[in-house]
Design a protein around this ligand. Structure first.
Ligand SMILES: NC(=O)c1ccc[n+]([C@@H]2O[C@H](COP(=O)([O-])OP(=O)(O)OC[C@H]3O[C@@H](n4cnc5c(N)ncnc54)[C@H](OP(=O)(O)O)[C@@H]3O)[C@@H](O)[C@H]2O)c1
Length: 466
């Protein structure tokens, strides 16, 4: 039974839906201090839509939030409105869409009994500040949908900050600008099973399908999963054992999380060592000695799990060959990277230069705006099952490192691929992978003391999960 969808004990769990300023301000003089129609539409959609058309959702709110709701939309249509007040004599016009309860606990217990237990699909707690102080980070709260509004304005109602020891980002939208205000939609999910930090990120059985469908499907890993699904379902059979699609694009937001795929194993230590080696400008992994990880048991285990022959030819690893970092043309990349200090100077001193590029078989272009560094790469031809996940992680890491040393925040990573293909021998494994639901992406923590790109070591780059 999915959490939040039906009572599994004597109390319903719930999801918080709010919008707040940088200082977690919610409102001023019983009004919202912004006018953001798209934000309001998101609130409407998340709290109203159900997967079962016979059911509706409930919205729980404090008495003052009820009173702050404009009369023309009060009670909130299409939802059961549950108003919390300690005052027994308060007269709140009740009808079949409104319930009044004297505590959060009694509301959650009531919603766990008939007729609500079977007619209410999801429960959303929508504020305000007085109640959020107690119930935003409480154990029954499964998720927090927080619109982060990038303004500082006077407010008299505030929410607490999201407790990042308890919640992990599920999804963070690319910034939206409306009426001159920049904001983003964010969903945080309560971590169900703490996972140890390790070199491998493995598939777990955590289930986040309790999230509203429109939010669940926004996890960026679906961009990759849809790509491989499209290749195996609709790809062109260009030879006897390869299916391919031409002209593919994926986009990853690096601001809060790091896109190390969660539906398959990705060898994080390998990603780190390869990226650092690329930065060092080395062309021979054996001589440099940083590539020893590919000879380790962990690497062999990883490669076996991917059903790739872990052999090396002329110092080229199969994955590296796939990445084109070390084939003949790719030596160009390395010669570009050996001039990395010039490149970083350009980003620092002439950030709006339109030519911050690394021309090579993997063509990488960097872009600076709003204090953020974004990167777009173009790969003419790439294997999708094994190489793309590694590539997403490696170029995202490169972007994060360069942003860090340039005192910028990492923004977007855009992956454009000409010919994205899979070997038919991998189809079964891909189909299995497509049955797995993504988990929250990990968070990258970089050693703040490292400000010179040449001084980074693997231990300065850590993936955090809670
Ligand atoms: N930005 C957003 O997403 C958002 C969302 C919601 C609200 N808001 C804004 O926030 C402001 C309202 O928030 P607020 O913090 O002032 O008030 P609030 O939390 O909405 O309501 C406070 C009231 O809730 C009742 N209450 C508090 N604790 C309770 C408990 N443990 N059990 C039962 N009832 C309890 C009390 O009602 P009684 O006094 O009747 O006992 C209390 O006065 C408005 O400006 C509104 O526009 C913004």
């Amino acid at each position: 039974m999915a959490t939040g969808e039906a009572p599994c004990n004597n109390k319903r769990s719930y999801q918080v839906v709010i919008a707040a300023t940088k200082d977690m301000g919610l409102g001023m003089n019983m009004k919202l201090p912004w006018d953001l129609p798209r934000e309001y539409q998101f609130f409407q959609d998340v709290t109203t839509k159900t997967s079962d058309p016979k059911k509706r959702n409930a919205t729980i709110m404090g008495r003052k939030s009820w009173e702050a709701t404009p009369l023309d939309i009060r009670p909130l249509p299409g939802r059961l409105n549950v108003v919390l007040t300690k005052s027994s004599c308060l007269s709140i016009a009740t009808n079949e869409n409104v319930l009044v309860c004297n505590s959060m606990e009694s509301a959650l217990e009531l919603l766990a009994t008939e007729p609500y237990s079977s007619s209410i699909e999801k429960v959303f707690f929508i504020g305000g500040g007085e109640l959020l102080r107690h119930y935003m980070n409480a154990p029954n709260c499964d998720a927090i949908h927080l619109t982060e509004i990038d303004i500082s304005v006077p407010c008299d109602a505030f929410a607490p900050r999201v407790d990042t020891c308890l919640y992990r980002p599920w999804y963070s939208s690319f910034p939206v600008v409306e009426n001159g205000i920049r904001y983003s939609f964010n969903t945080y999910v309560r971590s169900k099973n703490p996972i140890a930090v390790s070199d491998f990120i493995c598939c777990e059985t955590e289930d986040y399908s309790f999230l509203p469908k429109m939010v669940f499907e926004r996890h960026e890993e679906f961009g990759y999963l849809n790509l491989v699904q499209n290749i195996i379902s609709n790809g062109d059979m260009n030879d006897n054992n390869t299916l391919s699609k031409f002209g593919c694009q994926m986009r990853f937001n690096l601001r809060k999380t790091f896109p190390l795929l969660t539906t398959k194993k990705v060898f994080w230590l390998g990603v780190v060592e390869e990226t650092l080696q690329l930065i060092s400008g080395s062309t021979n992994p054996k001589e440099e000695g940083t590539n020893h990880i590919w000879n380790s048991n962990e690497a062999n285990e990883y490669l076996d799990s991917l059903r790739v022959n872990a052999t090396e030819e002329d110092g080229d690893h199969p994955l590296l060959f796939g990445l084109h970092w070390r084939d003949t043309d790719a030596r160009l990349v390395l010669s570009q990277f050996s001039k990395l200090s010039d490149f970083i100077n350009k980003i620092k001193n002439n950030p709006h230069n339109r030519g911050i590029m690394l021309p090579c078989q993997t063509f990488a272009q960097f872009y600076v705006a709003n204090g953020e560094l974004s990167c777009q790469i173009y790969q003419s031809s790439t294997e999708a099952s094994l190489v793309i996940p590694f590539c997403i992680a490696a170029y995202s890491l490169l972007t994060c490192i360069i942003a860090h040393v340039c005192d910028l925040v990492a923004g977007d990573f855009i992956h454009v691929i000409g010919d994205a293909h899979v070997n038919t021998a991998h189809i079964k494994a891909i189909q299995k992978q497509l049955q797995i639901s993504p988990k929250p992406f990990p968070i990258l923590k970089m050693n703040p003391e490292k400000t010179n790109i040449d001084h980074f070591q693997a231990s300065d780059l850590e993936l955090l999960e809670i």
